[in-house]
Design a protein around this ligand. Structure first.
Ligand code: G6P
Length: 612
């Protein structure tokens, strides 16, 4: 985890770095720090807590350097503290380093360095890196920049684990070296300057031209130039990729929080994700895929693999693939997949879903599937992200940058893309043509229906105000609605810290109903006419035990039976998750606001988890 940012150019670096850190705070906010090249050497300022503590530090405005690196931390090794904050320096204070990732062999390296006279001042894994660079640097005899490059390369080859690194050296004050392995890092190219960051949105206001790095590509940055080297330090050419995202899409644009803004961006995110893939009069198109009927008929199983909210999108994907394409499908939590020896083989199709495309568990699961001979597809929101570089095929949601830690528009865009994918497969397999035509025309109407759903915000807020002080809530649903119940419960937990459980509506009575007592809130999603009667009975079972009931539905039901009913637009049940989740995103949002919590940056969480 953690966010890193860097600048090399002609402007004062510190304001640019701090601005970048604020945008990267969603990746962790246990501490923040900065190091710049000043006339008298490398500066180092850091503090515990949020970036605002850093920019309130005395002396930060006096930093004049035009080259610098900075870091916002999500603690893994070593508690949040000033000593454990980045940047870290070597004992001689020749090098200053920021790191995102985990060095798995840091204990061995620490022992090796201690035996060679080095002292450690923090509990972090990172502190071995500047000292290891120094160890190799001392051994190099030449005095030009190749000395620095070689020392960094040798140190990196000793590291086991994941890292994105920015390195400053006081002997070469006009240079910076960056490198990555299994942790994200992009370089934005300006006219005579470069911006470095863990993600694109943080520096999108400066440039749209990015160098996307592969593992073990070393970059030597000087003002106005970037030289790239492979693992053996042979110089290589690298082209920039232009990112089409609009810079204002990573601003709040008048909303109180990113989360609220992103909830309201869902109509456009869905419209962009469907794009030109669906046409009512012609076949569904995926330029990125070239699947045939013969191939899809040979697939024995589809594995959907993801974490968190993306895993909840996968649950909908499984439902659709089985219903529309009759291909047996499974959903795996990425962190479990690798260790359960999955029965993946060359006839398996593995689909990996990740907003960031940087989730370490998901990337590791993809690598395993490839080793086992499966075909792999990545679904991501970030062009060129690590997951997309590993997969055989990459398809993208077009939700635009998602900054709030709790995912909203990325989730509905993922579900949309999975629906389009299931339709595409079904057309290739020549199945369900009438139903497919209906779903296609309904998909095209979705953005309008989401706009209508968003007008329900005040009603949802009213209900949220009634229950925001509760300690526990339950979310129920049957079939595809259960997947939405899971996502709604997660949203509430993430940002309001209320304990929430989701259940298949019919399963509650087999145990958890013992927890229902007077005034416990039970929220049910009900969008499939075939399942209404049974689900209503399940709600009655909790209502008679005193539960307060909220129902999100587009079905014709007797509203007197429930405490509150939120009516959402009619939509085919297979597409309902894209709409029914929205009132529940707003519900979690209003509760969090009322409790005075930081909606965009909930405690203990980070948006992108780049450690396994
Ligand atoms: C973290 C975030 C979740 C997110 C999950 C997967 O845990 O807090 O909101 O759903 O990672 O992220 P990904 O980028 O792979 O979709």
């Amino acid at each position: 985890m953690c966010g890193i940012v860097g600048y090399i150019g002609t402007k004062k670096a510190s304001p640019i770095l701090i601005n970048g850190l604020i945008r990267l705070e969603y990746r962790g906010y246990d501490s923040a720090g900065i190091s710049t090249v000043e006339k008298n050497g490398l500066s180092l300022m850091k503090d515990m807590g949020r970036v605002k503590n850093l920019y309130n530090l005395k002396g930060i405005d006096d930093l004049e350097g035009t080259i610098g690196i900075a870091h916002t931390r999500w603690a893994t090794h070593g508690k949040p503290s000033k000593e454990n904050s980045h940047p870290h320096m070597d004992n001689s204070k020749t090098f200053s380093v920021v790191h995102n990732g985990i060095i798995e062999n840091y204990n061995e390296l620490r022992k090796f360095l201690t035996d060679n006279g080095y002292t450690f001042y923090s509990q972090t894994d990172t502190e071995v890196i500047p000292n290891l660079i120094h160890y190799y640097y001392k051994k190099e005899t030449n005095s030009d920049i190749s000395r620095l490059l070689k020392a960094v390369q040798k140190a990196c080859l000793d590291l086991i684990g994941s890292f994105a690194l920015e390195i400053l050296c006081c002997d070469f004050p006009d240079n910076m070296i960056v490198v990555r392995k299994d942790s994200p890092l992009v370089i934005g190219k300006g006219s005579d300057e470069c911006y470095i960051s863990s993600d694109i949105p943080a520096i999108l206001s400066f440039t749209r031209d990015f160098y996307l790095l592969k593992d073990y590509e070393f970059v030597l940055l000087q003002r106005g130039s970037a030289k790239f080297y492979d693992k053996d330090l042979n110089e290589i050419d690298k082209e920039t990729t232009t990112i089409e995202w609009d810079a204002s899409s990573s601003e709040k644009n008048g909303y109180d929080d990113y989360m609220l803004k992103e909830i309201y961006e869902q109509p456009i995110a869905i419209r962009e994700t469907i794009g030109s893939r669906i046409n009512s009069n012609s076949k569904t198109e995926f330029d990125e895929l070239n699947f045939t009927k013969e191939y899809l008929s040979s697939v024995n199983k589809i594995y959907f693999v993801a974490c968190g909210t993306a895993m909840h999108a996968a649950l909908v994907g499984k439902n659709l693939m089985e219903k529309l394409c009759r291909i047996s499908s499974e959903v795996d939590i990425a962190s479990e997949f690798r260790y359960r020896d999955p029965l993946v083989d060359k006839n398996s199709l593995c689909i990996f879903i990740s907003q960031s495309g940087e989730t370490a568990d998901t990337i590791a699961a993809l690598k395993l599937s490839k080793e086992k001979g499966a075909k792999t597809i990545s679904i991501s929101n970030v062009i060129g992200s690590s997951l997309t570089r590993e997969a055989d095929y990459s398809i993208y949601t077009h939700a635009g940058p998602e900054i709030a830690v709790a995912s909203t528009k990325a989730y509905t865009s993922q579900v949309t893309l999975l629906s389009v994918l299931a339709i595409y497969f079904s057309e290739i397999l020549e199945l369900n043509s009438d139903l497919i035509n209906k779903l296609k025309s309904e998909l095209l109407e979705l953005p309008k229906k989401i706009e209508t759903t968003l007008t329900l915000a005040d009603k949802i807020k009213d209900f949220a105000m009634q229950v925001y002080q509760e300690k526990d809530m339950f979310f129920l649903g049957r079939g595809i609605d259960e997947a939405v119940a899971k996502e709604a419960a997660l949203k509430l937990k993430e940002i309001s810290y209320i304990h929430a459980e989701s259940y298949a509506a019919g399963e509650l009575k087999h145990g958890a109903i013992a927890l229902i007592e007077n005034d416990v809130t039970v929220i049910t999603v009900m969008t499939d006419s075939k399942l209404v009667e049974k689900t209503v009975s399940n709600i009655q079972e909790v209502a008679t035990r005193g539960a307060k009931t909220l129902v999100v539905t587009n079905q014709d039901i007797d509203c007197n039976l429930f405490d509150k009913v939120i009516h959402i637009p009619e939509v085919h049940p297979y597409l309902a998750p894209i709409i029914s989740v929205i009132p529940l995103q707003l519900f979690a949002y209003y509760i969090s606001k009322e409790k005075g919590l930081d909606v965009d940056k909930p405690r203990n969480l980070a948006k992108s988890v780049t450690v396994e």
